[in-house]
Design a protein around this ligand. Structure first.
Ligand SMILES: [Zn+2]
Ligand SMILES: [Zn+2]
Length: 245
């Protein structure tokens, strides 16, 4: 037993883990409660959020305005004006630092992806965190989800997950704290850059890319990221998130 697994063992003995939803002993989210999280049946264009489109691809009218090709939203943040259990799980994951929740949350992304007709991506890119935020949380929540997804959406091989291509240049305040939509969008302009590694162009050329993030608010983080990638000759950029706030 390593020091860390020993520490974990002690912590779990002192503070036994219970399901966040039903309080059953054993896991942060039990299998029954995980199965109850329903997937979105209909997807809409991520830009206008009006038109229903297959797999959340960008509708014809919005196509010329934005660079992203689509956004698949797995489930719900709110239902009937109440926060869902998924919203609560995301909160535990990100702000109580329960990184083990990346497995059940990743499972929700896997189910949503497999339910869709999106083609398998060539590359999966988690939305990067600013180093300052990474130090604070100690893990990149999107990276853990991306890794889970890459292991589970194909039976025989893992799709490459790469964190090295895009870097986050600017530290920004959490989107959830900025109420005004326009300020949120301005807040994000030019926050990403491509890592000036010479192989990047080669790595991205003609590739279908899937961006992974836990949650989308205005979507601007994902749109900015797609815009940055499309400076290269990528084929298509899609994104997948657990929910849209
Ligand atoms: Zn439960
Ligand atoms: Zn649209």
């Amino acid at each position: 037993m390593t020091f860390f697994s020993f520490k974990k063992f002690i912590l779990e003995t002192l503070f036994p883990i219970h399901c966040i939803s039903c309080n059953k002993y054993g896991d942060w989210l039990c299998q029954d409660c995980l199965n109850k999280i329903s997937l979105k049946k209909h997807q809409v264009c991520p830009i206008c959020e009006q038109k229903q489109t297959p797999n959340g691809i960008v509708c014809f009218d919005c196509k010329s305005k934005y660079t992203i090709d689509g956004l698949l939203v797995a489930s719900f943040y709110r239902r009937n004006k109440k926060k869902t259990i998924l919203a609560e799980l995301i909160h535990y994951y990100k702000y109580r630092f329960i990184n083990e929740l990346s497995n059940p949350l990743g499972e929700i992304l896997v189910k949503a992806f497999l339910h869709s007709d999106l083609i398998l991506p060539d590359l999966i890119i988690p939305i990067p965190l600013h180093p300052r935020r990474l130090r604070w949380r100690n893990f990149n929540q999107s990276k853990l989800l991306a890794e889970y997804l890459s292991k589970k959406i194909t039976p025989n091989f893992e799709i490459t997950v790469t964190e090295d291509i895009i870097i986050r240049k600017k530290y920004t305040h959490p989107q959830a704290k900025i109420k005004d939509r326009r300020r949120r969008i301005n807040n994000l302009q030019g926050i990403f850059a491509i890592n000036s590694n010479t192989k990047v162009a080669e790595l991205l050329e003609n590739k279908t890319i899937l961006l992974v993030d836990d949650i989308a608010t205005t979507g601007s983080t994902l749109f900015e990221c797609a815009k940055t990638l499309k400076q290269y000759k990528v084929k298509e950029v899609y994104a997948i998130v657990l929910a849209r706030q």
